[in-house]
Design a protein around this ligand. Sequence first.
Ligand code: ZN
Length: 1013
Amino acid sequence: MKTGLWCVRKLSLIFLTLSILIPLSFTKAQVSAPGGDPKQPIDEAYTAKIKKYTTEPYFTSPLVDYLPASKTVPTPEAALGDIAGAPGILPYAEQVYKYMRLLESATPRVKVYSIGTTEEGREMIAVAISSEENMKRLEENRALLEKLADPRTIKLDDAEADKIAAEAAPVYYITGTIHSPETGAPTALMELAYRLAVDESPYISDIRNHMITLITPVVEVDGRDRMVDLYKWHLAHPKEFYPPLIYWGKYVGHDNNRDAMGVTLDLTKNVLNTFVEWKSQVLHDLHESVPYLYDNTVGDGPYNAWVDPILTNEWEMIGWRNVADMTKFGMPGVFTHGEFDTWSPGYLMFIAAMHNGISRLYETFGNGGADTRERTLEPEEYARTWYKQNPPLPKVLWSQRDNNNYEETGLLTSLHYFSENRVMFLKNFYLKSKRSIRKPYEEGPAAYVLPGDDPRPTLQADLLRVMQRQHVEISRATSPFTVTLPAKKKVKREKTAAAKKPEEKAEAKAETVTCEFPAGSYIIRMDQPYSRIADALLDYQYWSPDDPQKTPYDDTGWTFGELFNVQVVRVNDVKVLDVAMERVTIVHAPGGAHASGTVFAINNNAEPALATLRYKLKDATFDAAEDAFEAGGRKFDRGTFLIKNVDRSTLETTTRDLGLQAYALATAPEVRTHPIRAARIAYVHTWLSTQTEGWWRIAFDKLGIPYDYMSTQEIARIPDLNAKYDVILFPPVGWNLPATTIVDGYPTSWGNPLPWMNTPLTPNLVGKNDSTPDMRPGLGWDGVEKLQEFVDRGGVLLTATDTSNFAISLGLANGVSVTSPRKMKIVGAVVETQLVDLASPIAYGYGDKLAAYCDQGPIFSLSSIVGARQRGRLGPEMNERPTGRGRKSDQDFVVGRPEVTPPEQPESEDWQNPTVTDEEKYNNPRVIPPDLRARVILRYADAKDLLVSGLMEGGDEIAEHPAVIDVPVGRGHLVLFSVNPVYRGETEGTYSFVLNTIMNFDSLNADRKPDER
Ligand SMILES: [Zn+2]
């Protein structure tokens, strides 16, 4: 108790000291209160317009209800002709940039940096704003932050880090309008930049003097310009419906915010590089959807399992503080807990979470343009809840200015809070970086190893390039090495009485195995600052079906090694870090031509680069070996390319560039072959959505495979499809639409045409994609007939997920139906599949099994009889004996007659065409002839093996069912995918199913064994 007394005394001493200090800090707080500096004049006219365009007094704050005046620095009005957030005004990216550059020329507090271009060649910028002093020492400051970002440079010296944290200015990076229909951010960010540069109030000076604010006002620049075009069209045709924004960027729409894993899009690369090069602490991305400001910094569980808990605590601090500050201003509808889970690292803002920074995202309330509109909310949106004490109002007049007020107020309070606590946040930044470097010793793994003898070196190189885009360091072993790995766990035994005995339990002890890797194996060391992103992408994911979160916000699994069909070994043994290795800056699979001869053989391991080669060497003769063979002392697999009529030096250069190994043979090998052709491809999209097909397009463009891109309207107009094309690709639409919607499109019986064309009013709309005078008509029944005719006459139609549903429900695929899931829930997960028919050219290069991306199927079921009732598991199956004498295994017994043995019941697996009985065959024109039945290439694995990564519930409904089917139709083929083989740049391992189909389009029946059962 004595100690306790001493404590009390000591405490009161501290209290005394504190009370002396209190007046000081109180004064400081007062000085820093939000609101203008009375000594600085305000821009009266601008301020009056702010008031005019704000629809309710509580939709603003003391931070943004005035604009400070400046004699030298122009306000946003100079570029917009009106104030930021004015009704009817939506600037193009160029106007926004022009204003930012006006600021740059007017004040030393602003600098504009070009950070790269988009796929359509438009510029992306980052605007830095800080005090003159900070701007002068930007490089010096960057060098300080660099030491915190890579603590290896200061030998993990905490004292040194403390010193730096006390003097450096943190970088807070804000990004706007990645989602093009969410239109408010650019004007909010123009005005924010002005305020940060001009406002002399203590609240804003604090931010300017201690922080560097970095702004990319428009992330999706291509989409922004199209959106502004549409808005102008809308203003010119106020009484008409205006076309939906069918294209945002060149390739994808909303999914541009799901690219932070694969980093396939230029906008992701540019923001990621800017974030990392500036050694930023925060990435704060602005979106619009729910009223009025959802700061999803806190969000909801499950949180991503690879982030540092220091970060999740920062989320909590920042998010709740944001709500608190805005609540004090009396602004309704600000909240931070909500249904957004922080599991997937695919969001743009998550670049920060995975690179030791802080990720944040706002959803403010947007009107999808600059109209002021009356907005009526749903009851759940205006309900008061524990986390929404001052909820939005049920019905309000809402303006773009209101939206801008919320965005700017949220950002300014955030910047101020960050500035107040900058030393702590910089120290946290250092700690997160340090803990990333200490990962091998504190939590593991020590490294990931990608073996030097992987049979798919080009896919391995592609995977490593994803890591490099993520700024992950890669090393390569200079000699062979061994590591200790945990032995594979035994499958748990059934819970029998015996198994519960304690001695039996003890045998489950973990054992280890020693594993040897060859020289040249790649090692991704985890003792580096960005180890977390490598770990998150290469590891496995498990989402429990019992998780309280029942509506995952996005994909639940993504294991990159699996989806790239590349070997990746997680190594916990820290000895791996002592292996002799060198840093690799350029990853390239070795390629070229070896030996001499005129026939070149390239082994087929389902590498997409093979298709690139085929199209690059258009005039050479390519054949595929239908069997494995040996030649020149080497073994070649089935599907091996045999290339003739090619100039050696061309082949040499091309294979070297592509990372493929060609072996010259003196003579053509004795093996069955068929031609591999550069098929002419028609690539079909709808005018309903281009989001999901966009990922296919970018994959084809990157592989250099040409195609004619056309809409469902266009393909229906081509008189003879077979004369122009060998293969029609119809990639997923992405909406899981009923077939009739693809046929019908939008309603045309009412309303006005929805043009998607470049006109003087809409000069950016079409870009590098497609155009139509009216988006509404769909494929039409003529179009359906055209597709059917194309296949009948020998063409190949390839569909996936919802377009497979479309083909099946229109009756194009005899004997294939789709079963509706009952309890099944597979949300963007990685599943295991098994090859069923390795002899099919579609399967060339694959092994017995591989992982694939699956999002809820569809579940394909087969029948050998057209229009037959599904042999589902719904009704009772009469395969069991009736009630009677004997045991269950005995045959039934009939009194008064000799025993008769019934014929054996035919059995078939879920991936097979069911056997047709003699009874069924008799006089039955609906029985599909054996050579016209579906040929199953790939199936889903057995239920117990099905889940690789992510969330799966009721997986037995799809287990063992077909995943890729080749259905003969007339003289052609319909190739149906249940998995999505080409997705978000994350699934290169399954690309070759599509590419094989294309290159073997006229030989798909190779080695087909008619189903005689
Ligand atoms: Zn959004």
